[in-house]
Design a protein around this ligand. Sequence first.
Ligand code: THU
Length: 157
Amino acid sequence: MHTYASLDDLSAQDRDLAHAALAAAAHAYAPYSGYAVGAALRTRSGVVYRGCNVENAAYGVVLCAEVGALAAANVDGAGAAVQAIAVTGRLLAADAPRSDAVVTPCGRCRQLLFEASQRARHDIRVLCCNHDLSRIEVTSIAALLPAGFGPASLGMA
Ligand code: THU
């Protein structure tokens, strides 16, 4: 992973994507974990789709932010055109311990992004951001999920 000290190190497009993820996190429904996540993905044509985490009293059925963004892109017919995704998260409690950790997509989201990369036939850029975008690590789905199980595993081209 490459570590970027600030947003200024990113392209304008990637900066906008990180800000879109931050805005999406404001709509998170996370009363159980107290952890708000926002995701924003960009397609090859430059369209941005956002998602936030949506929790549930039945804890296991939580929707991750990345799931919302990917679903939105698919609804628009852009599921095979995902180029990059930014993810940011923060603890909501006023007395939460200060953390500068960036959010890295969970295992299930990596699998979903891996499928999107196989459909796109190229790697997907992943911007892992901390709570205020002062720390951003740029990586890719191929790096986050090496040797992933995908269409080729089922004999599909
Ligand atoms: N979460 C996401 O939305 N995306 C991730 O990649 C990591 C985890 C959410 C799920 C849950 O609502 C909260 O963060 C704490 O796990």
